[in-house]
Design a protein around this ligand. Structure first.
Ligand SMILES: Cc1cc2nc3c(=O)[nH]c(=O)nc-3n(C[C@H](O)[C@H](O)[C@H](O)COP(=O)(O)OP(=O)(O)OC[C@H]3O[C@@H](n4cnc5c(N)ncnc54)[C@H](O)[C@@H]3O)c2cc1C
Length: 396
């Protein structure tokens, strides 16, 4: 692993620094913390994504002909480091940029790449992921949504659940069964589905936080053109796994950045919260916990750097990236627990309470963090992946 920057990469860092130091949205800069409920950032995230793309700072590793910049993963790393340093907001189309785009780049026809990639980067088209079903979550290959060929289209029937952002999405990465007679990992096809097609209905699901950021999606006789199959018919399992690998990679990049920002926000909170005649930051027990999170953050960063090394050698994301997902989720939940401890009884005051600290964001983000060990594949499943595919341990 050699993280020494070339002169061109140093120049790139200077470019990102210069741009971020003058272009952050003023409303965002005024916020005391960088945590934000997703439901409150749709407009901001869309506008911010567009601005980043216009400045040539999104899709850094994507080919230039599809709206990217044709740079290496090292520039991507530099970009994320600077986003942290400048406490920048997240983008909106996270599933498009992190998952749909790289999968289309890997498996798409030339026509598909031209059709979808640039609009993913600009945020003109928002993507969601239609994988989970009421009876297929961890055991995704048991999915029952069916797609049957009818002329030049497939007719899709079934139900997806927990579909994040479906309520604002234009496109879905859909896994559906096209050969019910085949063994369950075979006979699945990956489709790119227009969410505005007749027969698609979205019903929001309210979460513990009070927000409804994910949904049930019902597909009733939805006609999907055969040209929207990504990869080969009945070979969708491999395509779908590629998306999941990129998901864990994107989680590794994006979440390390957001973890560091959240950590800085918690340190700030500790410094301004009174405790025993001083501040919470001076309390010996809380200090130890904060210091541990700072150490953990460094571990996370350098574990992530291993993934970057693999990518800079031209290799694809690997099962090892599951380690980052497990690590992030445990440490992020610990960070949110610590924020609650620092706030004491004030932690109970949520958004809407006039006495809530930081407009109740810590209350919200503590509740939201409970989902971290489920979304993107549960911690148990990530551990199974590490055990079986990284450590080659026997199946339990
Ligand atoms: C906030 C949030 C956002 C989400 N967004 C999306 C989305 O956009 N698109 C999408 O498709 N899905 C999404 N999901 C769904 C998510 O991927 C699933 O919830 C997850 O994969 C678990 O599936 P399940 O809920 O069916 O639980 P199950 O698979 O029924 O699991 C129940 C419990 O059993 C455990 N378990 C299951 N199998 C094993 C095993 N083999 N070994 C050990 N333990 C096991 C699990 O770890 C879990 O604790 C989201 C979920 C959340 C919470």
């Amino acid at each position: 692993m050699d993280l020494t920057l070339t002169p061109a990469q140093e120049a790139f860092r200077a470019e990102v620094q210069a741009w971020l130091s003058t272009n952050l949205p003023p409303d965002w800069v005024a916020r005391p913390v960088t945590e934000i409920p997703r439901a409150e950032m749709y407009d901001l995230g869309r506008m911010w994504q567009r601005k980043l793309h216009d400045a040539g700072l999104l899709g850094l590793t994507w080919p230039k002909e599809y709206g990217g910049r044709g740079l290496t993963w090292m520039e991507e790393l530099i970009f994320h480091e600077e986003m942290v340093r400048h406490r920048a907001p997240p983008i909106l189309n996270i599933l498009g940029v992190g998952m749909a785009g790289p999968t289309i780049t890997t498996y798409g026809t030339e026509a598909q790449k031209r059709r979808y990639l640039t609009k993913i980067l600009t945020g003109e088209e928002i993507w969601c992921q239609g994988y989970s079903e009421p009876n297929a979550g961890s055991d995704l290959a048991s999915l029952q949504t069916r797609a049957e060929r009818d002329g030049d289209a497939y007719v899709v029937n079934g139900q997806k659940v927990w579909t994040s952002l479906a309520q604002i999405a234009d496109w879905m990465m859909l896994l559906a069964r096209t050969d019910p007679a085949a063994p369950k990992h075979k006979g699945i096809t990956y489709f790119l589905v227009d969410m505005h097609s007749p027969g698609v209905s979205v019903r929001p699901l309210r979460q513990l936080t009070g927000d409804a950021e994910f949904n049930e999606v019902f597909l009733e006789n939805v006609r999907v053109p055969a040209a929207n199959v990504l990869g080969e018919v009945n070979q969708g399992w491999g395509v779908g796994i590629t998306t999941l690998m990129y998901e864990r990679l994107a989680l590794g990049f994006g979440l390390q950045a957001r973890f560091q920002m959240a950590l800085e926000s918690v340190v700030g909170l500790a410094k301004r919260t009174a405790r025993n005649g001083g501040t919470a930051a001076q309390d010996p027990v809380l200090r130890q916990k904060l210091a541990q999170l700072v150490i953990d953050n460094a571990v996370f960063k350098y574990t992530g750097a291993r993934a970057i090394t693999r990518l800079t050698k031209g290799e694809a994301p690997a099962p090892e990236d599951s380690v980052g997902k497990i690590w992030w989720c445990e440490r992020h939940q610990a960070l949110q627990d610590l924020a609650q401890e620092i706030l004491g009884p004030y932690a109970q005051l949520g958004r809407g309470s006039p006495w809530a600290v930081d407009q109740g964001i810590w209350h919200y983000s503590f509740l939201r963090s409970r989902a971290n060990s489920i979304e993107g594949g549960t911690t148990e499943i990530q551990r199974n992946i590490v055990a079986e595919r990284v450590l080659s341990l026997p199946k339990g």
